[in-house]
Ligand binder design. Sequence first.
Ligand code: IMP
Ligand code: MG
Length: 184
Amino acid sequence: MTFDDQDYIQRDPLLERVLISSEELGKRCSQLGNEISRDYPDSCPILVCILKGAYVFLADLARCMSIDHEVDFMAVSSYEGGTQSTGVVKIVKDLRANITDRDVVIVEDIIDSGLTLSYLVEMLQTRSPRSIRICTLLDKTAARTKDVEVHYRGFEIPKEFVVGYGLDYDEKYRNLPFIGVLKQ
Ligand code: IMP
Ligand code: MG
């Protein structure tokens, strides 16, 4: 853990601890970038960043890739039914790219219940891509209510609310260079 990570924790009384340090994030991004580059040697995949949470991860991941690729962005919001997510998501911002016959890698910050991504994958499948894979930085596997196939997983984490490295609490903390846990 670098001094900087710990420094943020000491300065903010709402932050409890560092879960994944900036150093660990950097190493894992590099491994994932290499892995994806090996898997798509000739196809120029489209990395689809799910806004807003995945923008930091995408930026680091893309710079760890050694193959030609494109990036595109999509923003979704969940329709909430009471306190439970219904699993129906609204496309707030759609892709500009045509993904027909293309290899798509969805880049997500975190998978929790899996409802958002399973809906999204189903929706993108209707556009007839050659393939769709999911790359998520974080995975709360224990919280899953809907199965999704994850091809690239940065870290499996416990069912705690985390912030930083793109992930927010009330739109704040996205700028933390590490993944931290908020005090309950
Ligand atoms: P799912 O549909 O339950 O898998 O929801 C995934 C989405 O919930 C993520 O893309 C995040 O926007 C949000 N989310 C889930 N857990 C956390 C967390 O611990 N911190 C911040 N956002 C989270
Ligand atoms: Mg997200």
